[in-house]
Design a binder for this molecule. Structure first.
Ligand code: PEP
Ligand code: MG
Length: 596
C-alpha cells in the first residue's frame, strides 16, 4: 500500500516503523431497567463508580506529575471537575430515579447530552474537551459494568511501532511507553487537544487530525511519520527513506539551535529590537512561555474560566489566575483579554439563546457589557492583579468607542470600591482593544483616542473582512490572511496606531507564520504574541530578516492583486534571508510529493 497523508503537526520528530492500528471503544451499555426497590442501591453504585473513577484519574494525575511535571498533570483537572459536576451527577440520578434505568445507561445518556451540546458549539477549545469527556465516561462506565481493561497500550508488541487510532484519550496517551511507541497518528484532535500536549511532553512524534487514516491503513504497513511537517507516508520508497533520514539529522541540529535561541535577544540584523510575547489559555501555561523565552504575555485568553461552567467564576479564582501569570513575568507586560464569550464559546450559565449567525451575534465585549455582574467580577479581579505587575486590559471584538468608554467607566467604579475596601491595585494599568473587525480598522483613528494600545487579532480580522468562517473546514482555502483587503486593513491599523503614538501589536496566528511575520515586520509592527511552542521559530525569523528588506518587499506585496501573488512576493523576499524548509508545518514538506 502507498499513501501520503497530511494532518496537523502535533509533536515534532521523524520516525520510521510499522503501523499498528488500534480500535478501542467506549464500553457497550446494555439497556437495563431496574425495579423501583433497587433505585437506592443503583444510586449507591453510581457514587461508588464515580469515586473509583476519581481515584484512578487522581492516581494518573500524580504519576503524570512525577513523570512530566505539574503543568502536564493539570491536564487531568477537567476530568476531575466533570466528576463533580452537579448537573451531570444529578441528571444521571434523576434518570435512574424517574425512568428506573441502570446507572450505566443513565450516565451514558447524560454524557450524550453533554456531548451533543458541546459539539453544537463547534469551537475547537470545546471540541478538544470532548476527548476528556470520553476518557472520564469510559472510566465510570467500566466501573459500573465491572469491566476491567488496562489503561494505555492496548496490547503487547515486541518491536517499536507507529500507533494509529481514531482518537486517544489523555489517560491512554500518558501511559504510552515512548520506548515502543515510535509515533502517534490519529484521525481526530487538534494541536491543543490534551493528547497532543501529552505526546509533546513525552517526546513522541505525533500527527493528529488525519481524518479517516485509521480506517484506510492496516497494521504492519511500513511508514514514515514526520511530526514536524504533519505528514505520514505509508509504503515509502527507498529514496524517501533516505531523504527523511537526512532530514531527521538536520531537524535535530535545527532543534538544538532553536533551543539556544530562548536566551538570545529578539533583534533583527539591522538592530531593531522585537518584542515577542506569548499567547496563553491557562495560567499554568505562563511558566512554559517563560521557558520558551517570552517577554511577557501578549494574550491571556480567559475563557477557560467560563467555558463549560454552570456558574459564574468566583472573583478570587480569577484573581489567583491573573496574579499567577503576572508573577511569572514580574518585569514584563501581561495582556489579559476580557471574556470573549458568545459566538462559538460555551458559557452554560448564560443560557445563550441559539443564534442564526453566532459569529455575527452576541459576542466578545457585547456580552460583557450586557452582563455587568459577570464583567465587573472580571474587571475587579484584573484590577487586583495590577498590584503585582504590568497588567494591561484588552477588550475583544470592539467596534464602537462607547464600548471602550463604558468599560473605562466601570473600571473607575470598581477602583472606587477596591479603595473603599482597602484592596490594593495599581492605577497605572492600560486599557486597549483587539482590532478584529473592518469597522474597528476604519475608525481606528478615533478608537486610538480612547485606547492605550491596539492588538490585531488577525484570525477574526481575516474572518470578518472576507466573510469566511475561520472554523469552516470547507472554506479553509478561502481563509486568506494575505488577501489584498486584509493587508490593506492591517496597514491602516498600523498607521493609525503610529499616528496616535500607541503600541500596535499582533496576537493572531498570522504572526506565527514566517511569511506573516515577515509581512508584519515590513508593515512596521515590532511587538508580537504567539503560542509558546512557536516562539523560538518566530525569533529565528526576526533575527534573520532585516526590517529594511522586509519593508521594501511588503511595499510590493501591498500592490499585489491577489493573496497568492502577495504570498509569492513575500516568499521570494524571505527566501533571501532564510531557508523555511525546517519550519514546522507546511514549509517543511519533503520536495516533489503530493499528499492525498
Ligand atoms: C484573533 O482573532 O486573531 C485572536 C487572537 O483572538 P481569538 O483567536 O481568541 O479569537
Ligand atoms: Mg479573536
Amino acid at each position: 500500500m502507498r499513501l501520503i497523508k497530511d494532518g496537523t503537526a502535533a509533536s515534532p520528530g521523524i520516525v520510521e516503523g510499522p503501523l499498528r492500528v488500534v480500535h478501542w471503544e467506549v464500553p457497550r451499555v446494555p439497556h437495563e431497567t431496574i425495579e423501583a426497590g433497587a433505585v437506592e442501591a443503583e444510586l449507591a453504585r453510581l457514587d461508588e463508580a464515580v469515586a473509583r473513577a476519581t481515584e484512578e484519574i487522581a492516581a494518573i494525575k500524580t504519576q503524570t506529575e512525577e513523570r512530566l511535571g505539574s503543568v502536564q498533570a493539570q491536564i487531568f483537572d477537567p476530568q476531575l471537575l466533570m466528576l463533580q459536576d452537579e448537573e451531570l451527577l444529578e441528571g444521571t440520578r434523576a434518570y435512574v430515579r424517574d425512568n428506573h434505568i441502570s446507572a450505566a445507561r443513565a450516565f451514558e445518556l447524560k454524557v450524550l447530552e453533554f456531548r451533543s451540546e458541546w459539539r453544537r458549539t463547534g469551537h475547537p477549545m470545546v471540541l478538544d474537551r470532548l476527548n476528556d469527556l470520553l476518557d472520564m465516561e469510559t472510566r465510570v462506565l467500566r466501573a459500573l459494568l465491572d469491566l476491567d481493561g488496562p489503561d494505555g497500550e492496548p496490547d503487547e508488541a515486541d518491536q517499536g511501532y507507529i500507533l494509529v487510532a481514531r482518537d486517544l484519550t489523555p489517560s491512554m496517551t500518558v501511559q504510552l511507553d515512548p520506548q515502543r511507541i515510535l509515533g502517534i497518528a490519529v484521525d481526530a484532535g487538534s494541536r491543543t487537544s490534551h493528547s497532543a500536549i501529552l505526546a509533546r511532553a513525552l517526546h513522541i512524534p505525533a500527527i493528529v487530525g488525519l481524518r479517516d487514516f485509521s480506517e484506510i491503513v492496516e497494521s504492519g504497513h511500513p511508514a514514515i511519520l514526520d511530526g514536524r511537517a504533519g505528514r505520514i507516508i505509508v509504503g515509502p520508497t527507498e529514496h524517501e527513506r533516505t531523504v527523511y533520514r537526512e532530514r531527521d539529522i538536520r531537524v535535530h541540529e535545527w532543534e538544538r539551535e532553536l533551543l539556544q535561541l530562548a536566551d538570545l535577544p529578539a533583534v533583527t540584523p539591522d538592530r531593531q529590537p522585537i518584542l515577542l510575547r506569548a499567547n496563553i489559555d491557562l495560567p499554568g501555561d505562563a511558566e512554559d512561555a517563560l521557558e520558551h523565552g517570552a517577554q511577557g504575555i501578549g494574550l491571556f485568553r480567559t475563557e477557560f474560566l467560563v467555558v463549560g461552567r454552570s456558574q459564574y467564576p468566583e472573583e478570587e479564582e480569577q484573581y489567583r489566575a491573573y496574579r499567577h501569570a503576572t508573577e511569572v513575568f514580574p518585569d514584563d507586560a501581561v495582556y489579559i483579554r476580557t471574556f470573549d464569550l458568545g459566538g462559538d464559546k460555551y458559557p452554560r450559565f448564560l443560557e445563550m439563546p441559539p443564534e442564526e449567525n453566532p459569529f455575527l451575534g452576541w459576542r466578545g465585549i457585547r456580552v460583557c457589557l450586557d452582563v455587568p455582574d459577570l464583567f465587573r467580577g472580571q474587571l475587579r479581579a484584573i484590577l487586583r492583579a495590577t498590584a503585582h505587575g504590568d497588567v494591561r486590559i484588552m477588550l475583544p471584538m470592539v467596534n464602537e468607542i462607547e464600548e471602550v468608554t463604558r468599560t473605562r467607566a466601570m473600571l473607575e467604579e470598581e477602583e472606587d470600591r477596591l479603595r473603599a475596601e482597602g484592596l490594593p491595585y495599581n492605577a497605572g494599568y492600560k486599557v486597549g482593544i483587539m482590532v478584529e473587525t473592518p469597522a474597528a480598522v476604519l475608525t481606528a483613528t478615533n478608537l486610538a483616542r480612547h485606547a492605550d494600545f491596539f492588538s490585531i487579532g488577525t484570525n477574526d480580522l481575516t474572518q470578518y473582512t472576507l466573510a469566511v468562517d475561520r472554523g469552516n473546514a470547507r472554506l479553509g482555502a478561502r481563509f486568506k490572511p494575505f488577501h489584498p483587503a486584509v493587508l490593506e486593513l492591517m496597514r491602516r491599523t498600523v498607521g493609525a496606531g503610529r499616528e496616535a503614538g500607541i503600541e500596535v501589536s499582533v496576537c493572531g496566528d498570522l504572526a506565527a507564520n514566517p511569511l506573516g511575520l515577515f509581512l508584519l515586520l515590513g508593515l512596521g509592527v515590532t511587538a508580537f504574541s504567539v503560542s509558546s511552542g512557536v516562539l523560538p521559530e518566530v525569533k529565528k525569523v526576526a533575527r534573520a530578516v532585516p526590517i529594511a528588506g522586509a519593508r521594501s518587499c511588503v511595499e510590493e506585496a501591498l500592490e499585489a492583486r491577489t493573496a497568492e501573488a502577495a504570498a509569492a512576493v513575500l516568499m521570494e523576499g524571505i527566501n533571501q534571508h532564510l531557508d523555511l524548509a525546517l519550519f514546522s508545518g507546511r514549509w517543511s514538506l519533503a520536495p516533489d510529493e503530493e499528499a492525498s
